[in-house]
Design a protein around this ligand. Structure first.
Ligand SMILES: Nc1ncnc2c1ncn2[C@@H]1O[C@H](COP(=O)(O)OP(=O)(O)OP(=O)(O)O)[C@@H](O)[C@H]1O
Ligand SMILES: [Mg+2]
Length: 473
């Protein structure tokens, strides 16, 4: 049984080294033990920074603080054992090679007896819907093969298992399919009710949490306190008209099956991706959406079946390269395909946001002056101009995602493949992202996205649903 933990901020301010403005400033609030808080505010306002500070994972070398931030009346460092944080990017949180060991890790650190640890491992994995009858994952599954959404559930199970007094969840439903969202909300609700722990959750769509939460602390875009109230922010997204004109077939597939090395192959419904259209891949966590995206984007060879490369992408390819994008040399890929992965960190290679966006333009020989203008206009479109000289790794979750999207598409490639383009975006940045995808399609790209976002599914031209893992012999 955990002991609920109180939190207090007194004129607290945090400034990251190398940034001209503080990420958070003039923060004064208090959270009583057992309160259940939604922490809200636009992308980049400092939500993740505040959670990391409370969990004592912001290093003193990363920036400077003034004022006080207290966990049970002490510095967050002293409350480390009381605090469980599920970070925004679940990739960064997997520690052990096997699912069961990963969940046990936290308990073992806190010297929970072995039998009790393993009882909790089984219970928490089942409660987040990761293991159980009919599900493919067990305690022995290697963590490396889990999908993004499965890793998110794993991270939550690991934190629930050691029964923290302060539970900090940073967008815990962002990568999840609709059933996963329910599983996670139910699992967290159960833990909170059973242990009485204090909860702070960040979620751009708070609706599923409202029954559980007691109030909202909202930050403004400068990182100050906007309000403390009982009013939940409503998702209010602008409508995008869906009247696009389909053009030539850019890529199609026949009897395709895909798979990562050493993993079972997954069969895929036949696809026809046309210029001028947006196609969504949907399907539950682990159904192979990201694996298919990597294959279409030329980063994995197909396991069997055919990929037929249409006229818009064929120009300039040698005949032996035509059968599949994975045979194209890097330079040909950059010109033809813009891929954005689920974890954008994996793709940043430049020291600043502006040079990251400009890279593909330089590689494809766009003139310097024109390139600079294009970089500027794309950064403006994504609300990233003030961060032009920031290191990509230091951006917030939503900012990274928008940077990855413009960097991969700035050359207007014929095929655009984006994994979960809208997760982690507030209403305004959601519209910016959807406007960009729409513009890319209208300018002639075939855009293919994976998404669970119902508002995004409402503005695409086609939806292709992948079935739960169907292993092919
Ligand atoms: N390690 C870092 N170094 C420098 N600046 C950082 C670092 N991490 C975050 N920032 C900056 O601090 C500000 C707050 O970032 P934070 O990640 O806390 O935002 P957020 O509210 O969680 O956003 P999102 O909704 O996009 O996840 C942003 O301007 C971000 O660019
Ligand atoms: Mg964040």
């Amino acid at each position: 049984m955990s002991v609920p933990v109180g939190v207090e901020a007194r004129d607290w301010r945090w400034q990251f080294s190398g940034r001209p403005q503080p990420a958070l400033h003039d923060l004064s609030f208090s959270i009583a033990p057992g309160e259940r808080i939604l922490l809200s505010g636009p992308s980049g306002c400092g939500k993740s920074t505040l959670l990391m500070a409370l969990a004592a994972v912001l290093g003193a070398d990363q920036g400077t603080e003034t004022g006080l931030l207290l966990v049970n009346d002490s510095a967050p460092d002293a409350g480390r054992r009381l605090t469980g944080l599920v970070m925004q990017d679940p990739e960064t949180q997997v520690i052990m090679e096997r699912v069961g060991d990963d969940v046990a890790f936290g308990c073992e650190n806190f010297a929970v007896p072995r039998d009790e640890t393993w009882r909790r491992v089984h219970a928490s994995l089942a409660s987040v819907g990761l293991t159980g009858p009919g599900l493919p994952v067990t305690i022995d599954t290697p963590t490396a093969i889990l999908s993004g959404g499965q890793k998110q559930r794993l991270a939550l199970a690991g934190v629930i298992a050691f029964e923290p007094g302060l539970l900090l969840l940073d967008e815990p439903t962002a990568n999840l399919d609709p059933q996963g969202v329910l599983d996670v909300v139910v699992a967290v609700s159960r833990v909170v009710r059973e242990t009485g722990c204090t909860l702070i959750v960040v979620d751009h769509n708070p609706a599923p949490w409202e029954q559980l939460l007691t109030r909202v602390i909202a930050l403004d875009s400068s990182g100050g306190l906007a309000s403390e109230s009982a009013d939940y922010p409503r998702v209010n997204r602008a409508r995008v008209p869906v009247t696009r004109v389909p053009g030539d077939v850019v890529i199609s597939t026949v009897n395709l099956s895909v798979g990562r090395p050493g993993q079972p192959a997954i069969s895929v419904p036949d696809l026809t991706l046309r210029a001028g259209t947006i196609t969504a891949l949907s399907g539950i966590n682990g159904s192979g959406k990201s694996t298919l995206s990597l294959t279409l984007g030329g980063l994995l060879p197909p396991r069997s079946g055919e990929i037929i490369v249409g006229a818009p992408l064929r120009h300039g390819l040698r005949p032996r390269q035509v059968p599949s994008p994975h045979l194209w040399p890097a330079r040909s890929l950059v010109r033809r395909v813009g891929s954005v992965f689920q974890s954008p960190e994996n793709q940043f290679v430049q020291p600043t946001a502006a040079s990251e966006v400009g890279l593909a333009l330089r590689v494809t020989g766009v003139k310097r002056h024109e390139a600079a203008e294009r970089v500027q206009s794309r950064l403006e479109l994504m609300g990233l101009v003030d961060l032009a000289s920031a290191h990509p790794f230091t951006l917030s979750g939503g900012q990274k995602r928008r940077l990855a999207l413009v960097s991969a598409t700035v050359t207007q490639p014929g095929l655009v493949v984006v994994d979960e383009p809208t997760f982690g975006q507030d209403d305004d940045s959601w519209s910016d992202v959807v406007t960009l995808l729409d513009e890319l399609a209208r300018a002639g790209s075939a855009v293919v996205i994976t998404t669970h976002d119902p508002d995004l599914l409402a503005v695409v031209d086609h939806i292709v649903t992948l079935s739960p893992m169907v292993p092919v012999a």
